[in-house]
Design a protein around this ligand. Structure first.
Ligand SMILES: Nc1ncnc2c1ncn2[C@@H]1O[C@H](COP(=O)(O)OP(=O)(O)OP(=O)(O)O)[C@@H](O)[C@H]1O
Length: 692
């Protein structure tokens, strides 16, 4: 273990320059703020985390690779490459569990149904993992409060009762549980039962390129596809999601591989329209053994698939086609991906309108669909709407003319563009307005986006200061920032405007960033960002804000939320006094906070608050590893309390900065003794004392 104790007398000038150096080196030291976890290590605690992990909730948007991660986990275990200490892994997709939703059975019977070779044994004696994939597809409520309590694995109940009891740990308490879900359904599992929340974040640049190079055998072609995707902003963004990589690879391999030059798809509708053409040709050649597509037959099957897709989408029943042998060898069919279903549904709706509805105009039809999608709370019609407006464009209809004859001429898109913009101006939720921007993109309208891009194009800080943005422009800004080609690693409010309005408007961007710097701002709204289940904020710097007691209290409420994932909190020079400090400590002490680093430099917590802080360090929930209390007027009493706490066993603290305080002789003595104590885990302690 490395002890660094600085007990030196230096002049104030020297001290300042030393501290400057320390600060500079600290700010250069930008560590990864999110901890990447390999899927095989999903139940493994990270260094410094003592609590065993029983229940993991993994979130991720459609097609990002949740099921792929689950399959990899099971495969590696089955091949003995990982988790060799685990005796049984039971993958139970929610989609298949739906087939059992009417039945009454015991957990044991349920398992024997899925795994026919299974013998009823005492699973409590074995290390067992249950994996439930696709919570978003589960069709029954999970009533954790009112469902009957079940302890016995041989006692019959409905499947939802079995599930709530497994998740709560009533049934097989030693079994580990992994649930994967799209974000919208994640809140069905109460946070108190979840030990770890992870997120599948898809491909970053190198992985995207690797995907195409592995999938496409011809190296030159693979490189051309990678270059094309990099050159198109929208494709580049879409390809964060592996399923879009698959679609893009299928389409682009064909298009770029052919000698004749066609316009390369840039929007989602274009890409899916090409996918339909490519797959229809492929089916004709591969399964029908013919060269030319039988147009009539293709139309018929696309229409039938479209009808099925549309009807099931309306019922929010999700998921071109995959055949599986599901339970008891019944054949189960599903769309390869929800987005494919959404495309088919939109195509069906569009063709039906074009064929049947002679009275109403296309624009009125689209307006009604825009309204319907805005009313849907869970967003299940969002992508459907994007495809629908995309299909209304003449260029996309021309693309599909080989397969369909459009009996109505397409209309000028100006009117529907204006209607969508008017809806954006009405300031819907950020998710809804982002989808409306995607719709504008499908209609090749970039006007609102270009407006805000002119503000953003000026480099430097405070670009929006003094600028009055309309609600639509704010939404456009959020859209641009969320869809920027670079991954959102760091958000700096000062780059835009240091106002509370700016912060509130850009909150969706703050939530999506891994790191946010919001210096000089007084924020009350932040608590909502911190406590939101979709918050990915790991580091927050509020230094130099006049937080006052109410500010700290609101912030503490955010910290108290089980969804808060903050690991690093900097509150330097925030006028935090005793009461504020106490609120902070009580938030951190009462819940399993993730905070590892806390900077309270240049505040005035007072001795009693320092004592509370010391209690916090002794609390078994506290995971703090680094505490900065530079220039906090801490006297002998405070130092003594801290020293005592650090001798206590559970403290994880590795670094403590007490520079520029007033420990007095006895404080200094206690701190020096502390370093000799075998219980103290400190690796770095600083208490520079300077001569006035
Ligand atoms: N790591 C990966 N490497 C290559 N392909 C991948 C990877 N992850 C996912 N894919 C591809 O993306 C498709 C969608 O992935 P997957 O089904 O795992 O997504 P999901 O997050 O479970 O989506 P949903 O919420 O819609 O069920 C897969 O069929 C596969 O083709």
């Amino acid at each position: 273990m490395l002890y660094i104790a600085e007990l030196i007398s230096v002049s104030q000038q020297q001290l300042k320059s030393r501290l400057k150096r320390i600060e500079t080196s600290l700010s250069r030291d930008r560590k990864t703020l999110e901890t990447p976890i390999k899927c095989n290590d999903i139940f493994r605690s990270l260094p410094g985390q003592d609590k065993p992990i029983r229940m993991v909730l993994t979130k991720g948007v459609a097609g990002i690779g949740k099921t792929a991660s689950v399959h990899k986990f099971v495969l590696d275990w089955a091949e003995g490459k990982a988790n060799r200490d685990v005796h049984f892994v039971f993958p139970l997709p929610f989609r298949d569990l739906n087939l059992m939703k009417e039945k009454q059975m015991s957990l044991m019977e349920l398992l024997c149904c899925f795994f026919t070779e299974l013998k009823p044994i005492k699973y409590d004696d074995y290390k067992t993992i249950f994996i439930f994939d696709g919570l978003d597809e589960w069709r029954l409520p999970l009533d954790f409060q009112n469902n009957e309590i079940l302890w016995d694995v041989t006692k019959s109940a409905s499947v939802d009762v079995l599930l709530t009891n497994l998740i709560k740990g009533n049934l097989l308490p030693s079994a580990l549980i992994w649930i994967a879900t799209r974000p919208a359904a994640a809140n069905q599992i109460p946070a108190e039962f979840v030990d770890r929340v992870t997120e599948v974040q898809g491909f970053r640049d190198p992985q995207r390129a690797e995907y195409f190079r592995r999938k496409i055998k011809d190296h030159n072609l693979a490189n051309r596809i990678v270059a094309h995707i990099q050159s198109s902003r929208s494709l580049h963004i879409m390809c964060r999601i592996p399923v879009f990589c698959w679609i893009s690879a299928t389409v682009l391999e064909k298009m770029l591989g052919e000698a004749k030059s066609t316009e390369i798809p840039k929007t989602l509708t274009q890409m899916f329209a090409h996918l339909l053409i490519v797959q229809t040709k492929l089916k004709t050649q591969k399964y029908d053994g013919k060269c030319d597509v039988d147009i009539e037959q293709a139309r018929k099957s696309i229409r039938s698939l479209g009808k099925l897709a549309f009807q099931q989408l309306e019922k929010v029943c999700t998921q071109i086609f995959r055949e599986e042998f599901g339970l008891k060898l019944e054949k189960v069919y599903s769309f390869v991906h929800l987005s494919v279903q959404e495309f088919f549904a939109a195509l069906f709706k569009f063709l039906s309108f074009a064929r049947e509805n002679k009275k109403s105009s296309m624009t009125d039809f689209l307006k009604r669909e825009v309204d319907r999608s805005l009313q849907s709370e869970n967003g299940h019609l969002d992508l459907f709407l994007r495809f629908l407006v995309g299909l209304s464009l003449k260029s996309n209809q021309t693309l599909l003319r080989g397969l369909f004859t459009m009996t109505r001429s397409s209309q000028d898109p100006c009117e529907i563009i204006e209607y969508i913009k008017s809806k954006i101006r009405e300031n819907p939720s950020p998710e809804k307005s982002i989808n409306l921007f995607h719709c504008l993109n499908e209609l090749n309208d970039q006007s609102l986006v270009q407006e805000v891009q002119t503000y953003l194009s000026s480099r430097g800080t405070h670009r929006l200061s003094g600028v009055k943005l309309s609600p639509a422009q704010w939404s456009a800004l959020v859209f641009v920032l969320l869809n920027s080609a670079e991954d959102l690693d760091e958000f700096e409010l000062r780059q835009y405007d240091l106002s509370e309005e700016c912060l509130l408007r850009l909150l969706p961007v703050v939530k999506a960033s891994r790191k946010a710097e919001l210096r000089h701002v007084f924020i009350l709204s932040l608590a909502s960002a911190l406590s939101s289940i979709s918050s990915s904020l790991r580091e927050l710097d509020l230094s130099d804000s006049n937080l006052q007691v109410s500010g700290v209290q609101v912030l503490s409420a955010g910290l108290n939320s089980p969804h808060c994932k903050l690991e690093i909190l900097k509150l330097c020079n925030c006028s935090i006094r005793e009461e504020g400090c106490a609120a902070l400590v009580s938030a951190l002490i009462s819940n399993p906070s993730h905070l590892r680093e806390l900077s309270l430099n240049s505040n005035k917590p007072g001795n009693s608050a320092v004592k509370l802080l010391s209690n916090l360090l002794e609390d078994p929930h506290c995971k703090l590893e680094k505490l900065q209390l530079y220039d906090c007027s801490i006297g002998e009493e405070g130092c003594a309390a801290l020293a005592l706490a650090l001798i206590s066993n559970p403290s994880h603290l590795r670094e403590l900065n007490l520079n520029n305080n007033e420990p007095g002789d006895s404080g200094v003595k206690l701190l020096s003794d502390l370093l000799k104590d075998p219980h103290c885990k400190l690796e770095k302690l600083q208490w520079v004392i300077f001569d006035e």
